[in-house]
Ligand binder design. Structure first.
Ligand SMILES: Cc1cc2nc3c(=O)[nH]c(=O)nc-3n(C[C@H](O)[C@H](O)[C@H](O)COP(=O)(O)OP(=O)(O)OC[C@H]3O[C@@H](n4cnc5c(N)ncnc54)[C@H](O)[C@@H]3O)c2cc1C
Length: 491
């Protein structure tokens, strides 16, 4: 850290101690180190300062202090992100929302909940449940991740196949924009006119400001829920069943796939007792009106059998349903039972490409000697290959990284994306040019500059070659096409 940065941070700290109180400002090195990474633990940076605001006004105080002293800042919810999005800035402030956990208003009549950003995802459902409602987006980390983090990452989950991602469930946001002003985007009512700035904010990974209050949609708890576990000889047949089910017009609440290696890991960790000898299993859940679920369940079972399912189990009660899900939900952590280290990859492909891409991943794995376990949201083609390696063996981490990158290339080659739900963050910024042209990236950069001309809000994330907002876009070809068309200007 330069002397100038150290002085700037210490001025911010002094000011915030006065404005927020002593206990909201962390400067002790040992305590700062507890915030040095998110869920992607191989990137570590100790922040220069941590602050824990409780209110929107306090978040605005923090941002204004940072702007005044030219200090970068990074928002952090629960720190479960898997792309290094909440990785601190070594010369900056980490703004942690864990003290902002108030459920401001839970209103079943309006089917809305208004919450502070540090509220844990599952707590929204718990609050709405007595009235027969729930919050639909359900990342596997939902017991710990925050709504603010979900908004910033546009998080998904097993049930987003039928109900949509976070962006489909957020109707309003209050945020502190990077000049320290408090603004509101959207509200309780859906679809306001004008540009969809709310849509732009959801998924912006902390680069457009800090959300301080979020209004979300509540859904009616379905009348019936039925869950099936189907075992197949291989991922080929399981992928075929997924396409057949959805192609027939049935949209299950969830279809999750695990391959043989992922099943092995889950068995070792949680003894979920999945069918012996399965090359792949599908956990399929249908929900909705009782009569519809019953009719569609028979159809789903038929498609599984037509695609060579050799065992089908139907959960007879909530306990058995929980057991089916236990294997799937514990799969990421379970892989620790069969490998000292692993990369959780996240990419998307059209679901019809599942069998082909899974075969190609198996070839990559065989060719490189790097084991890959697959556990993923099969219904929307959101792959989570877990690339296993031993970090104590020289060169293994690099080989795993190469396989991991090659899997993303496969996703792009098949018309997919480098991330489905975990975000770009620090980790995948380098892959953005594989998916987007310079013009695409320049256009996104223009939006970012419109919100954050000083480039202080989560700098260094999402974009591969961050440029200052005064720089002329169009690195190789002069002005950007939007500039030439008179539709945009450089700030
Ligand atoms: C075991 C495990 C399973 C997971 N399963 C899923 C899954 O099924 N689906 C899924 O989508 N993700 C999953 N994740 C990833 C992660 O849980 C999600 O990305 C989650 O939304 C992150 O929330 P968080 O509160 O931990 O955010 P953090 O990690 O703290 O931050 C994530 C990003 O959000 C920004 N941010 C945080 N709060 C705010 C705010 N108030 N305003 C603006 N920006 C903010 C940060 O700057 C950062 O860029 C999983 C993670 C783990 C460890």
């Amino acid at each position: 850290m330069t002397d100038a940065s150290r002085t700037a941070v210490s001025r911010v700290a002094d000011r915030l101690r006065t404005e927020l109180g002593e206990d909201a400002v962390v400067t002790d090195h040992a305590r700062l180190r507890t915030y040095e990474c998110d869920g992607l633990a191989h990137y570590k940076v100790t922040p220069a300062l941590v602050v824990l605001p409780r209110t929107t006004a306090q978040v605005a105080d923090v941002v204004r202090a940072c702007v005044e002293h030219g200090v970068p800042y990074v928002a952090r919810g629960s720190g479960t992100g898997l792309s290094g999005g909440a990785l601190p800035h070594a010369e900056g402030v980490l703004v942690v929302t864990s003290q902002m956990r108030e459920l401001v208003d839970v209103d079943p009549d309006d089917q809305r909940a208004v919450v502070q950003p540090g509220v844990i995802n599952l707590h929204v459902t718990r609050a709405a449940q007595p009235a027969g409602y729930y919050y639909a987006p359900d990342p596997s980390s939902q017991q710990v991740c925050s709504i603010g983090g979900n908004v910033a990452e546009n998080s998904g989950g097993a049930h987003c196949l039928k109900y949509g991602f976070t962006t489909n469930h957020v109707t309003g946001i209050e945020l502190v924009v990077p000049d320290g002003t408090v603004v509101r985007l959207g509200g309780r009512a859906p679809d306001p006119p004008g540009y969809d700035l709310l849509g732009a904010f959801v998924g912006s990974e902390g680069t457009l400001g800090i959300a301080t209050e979020v209004t979300v949609r509540l859904m009616r708890t379905p009348e019936a829920v039925r869950t099936m576990l189907a075992a197949f000889p291989s991922t080929d047949e399981a992928g075929g069943a997924v396409s057949a089910i959805i192609g027939a017009g049935v949209v299950p609440a969830a279809i999750e796939m695990m391959d043989a290696l992922a099943i092995e890991a889950a068995e070792a960790a949680v003894h979920c007792d999945y069918p012996h000898g399965a090359g792949a299993v599908l956990v399929i859940e249908l929900d909705g009106p009782d009569a519809e679920v019953t009719a569609q369940f028979d159809e789903v079972e038929r498609h599984c059998r037509d695609n060579a399912a050799f065992e089908i189990r139907i959960a007879k009660d909530d306990d058995e349903r929980a057991l089916f899900w236990k294997g799937r939900k514990s799969a990421f952590a379970a892989v620790g039972r069969i490998s000292p280290a692993y990369i959780v990859q996240d990419g998307v492909i059209p679901r019809t490409a599942l069998p082909e891409v899974l075969r190609r991943i198996a070839e990559l794995s065989a060719g490189s000697g790097v084991r890959v376990a697959n556990v993923f949201h099969a219904g929307d083609g959101n792959l989570h290959p877990l690339v296993l390696f031993d970090d104590a063996v020289a060169g293994e981490a690099d080989r795993a990284e190469e396989v991991s990158a090659a899997i993303l290339d496969l996703c792009i080659e098949h018309g997919g994306s480098i991330t489905g739900e975990h975000g770009v963050g620090m980790d995948k910024a380098k892959y953005m040019p594989r998916m987007y042209t310079d013009d695409d990236l320049d256009t996104m950069q223009m939006l970012r500059c419109a919100f954050d001309p000083e480039h202080l809000s989560n700098p260094g994330k999402v974009f591969p070659t961050p440029r200052l907002c005064g720089e002329v876009p169009g690195r190789h070809k002069g002005p950007h096409p939007l500039q030439e068309a008179g539709l945009a200007e450089v700030f």
